[in-house]
Design a binder for this molecule. Sequence first.
Ligand code: SF4
Length: 467
Amino acid sequence: MATFQNSLPDLTRPFPPVDGPAIYIETYGCQMNTYDSQAIGGLLEGAGFRLVDNELAADAVLLNTCSVREHAEHKVISRVGEVRNRRRQAELGPVVIGICGCMAERLGDDLRKGPKAVDLVVGVDNYDALPGLLRGLTGAAAGTGGGRGAVTGHRLDAHYVAPPELYPVNNSHLVTIHKGCDYKCTYCIVPMTRGPQSEKAPDVILAEIADIVARGGREVTLLGQNVTAYRWQGSADFGPLDFAGLLERVAGIDGLERIRFLTGHPRDMHTHLMDVIGRLDKVCPWLHVPAQSGADTVLRRMKRLYTAGEYLDMVDHARRVIPDVTFSSDFIVGFPGETDDDFRATLDLIRRVQYDQIFSFKYSERPGVPAARLADDVPAEAKKARLAELMDVQQGIWARTAQAQVGQVVRALGEGPARRPPGAWRLRTPNNRKVVVLGPEVPAGAEATVRLTGWEATTFFGERLNA
Ligand code: SF4
């Protein structure tokens, strides 16, 4: 039985079980959920369940959910109905449906009421309860109420370790280093759904990565709401350690070639950390540092705890000490009280930083967050127009950046077959840029040297110079 808090998954168990109840896990939202779904899978296989890849073959369906925007929750609720309809159409018996993740934490037992009621609600810190609950539900005739329940509530000690998977997302093995968040950004639901920040012990993180490398992994992504805020206070096994120190330790693992991390907070991107990143060759020169806005008035109302000027100082320092560094960011338009001048300031910041990629959203009020007390006073039309203009500006910036890359020779790591064109292979550069090449296979994890010959949207095309 897989345990948690400072230990690796139990790898001695028969793998995979062949006759246990069948579980289908569907993941929504961020990479934390991708990792958690992997951990849930490991927990359940360790308890004798077997994983299947669709809801028609399952005895139980687990939806691992996101609450960051209203739309994300609506999608899950309609999916519950869809699963039931599809099984009815296939003339299959009732199925156990469970909701995990942020929605479970936010809505709890309410999800077990009403026409779209589910059987099971398990929050982000209680996945260890899943085997027992599911055994009760799938053992007994489904729908009889055995084992039904809602288990939520934050536990600082609950850290799950996902069994390494063979070919992870983008060929980068996800490794969570902590969970939760101690920031209080006024628009954000994460502190409510994921709870306070709690660190995974350094020795567990290092052992997890060593295990990944032993299985052939060459790249990891250190994952957390705010990895740059990582602070291990010290224990009998390991002295105090901040994120810079953790990076140095991870970079010391033989066989590991690349380290990425997601997500950084501008306030924690201090000069020492950036100096360390610049010094460690294994750390990819790609920083995802959400700015959210370029206007100090808006940043204050968002409680982001930095100014646009400080953000730009961080970018300038990174450019001085991290060779070839590139940036991506998140932006919210239409935050309560955002004036047209505020929005112009956001565009100015975007032009000044020259991001490779931006993830941008219209402000959507979340119940219970501090910003919900502010009047959502930016008209929907204005939000829509600002989002369109921001994406236009970004597309212009990216077009110039991408065009300037044509003819450049880059090193890139194979990720497997590209979606298109047929017979092509997808690779990723240290700057997190996608490259597609034709010709003989570039195995996942193998490095190739490529001359960039063109680009389309966020993908480069190239010709291989060698593998
Ligand atoms: S840093 Fe802010 S936006 Fe990010 S998870 Fe924490 S509270 Fe949310």
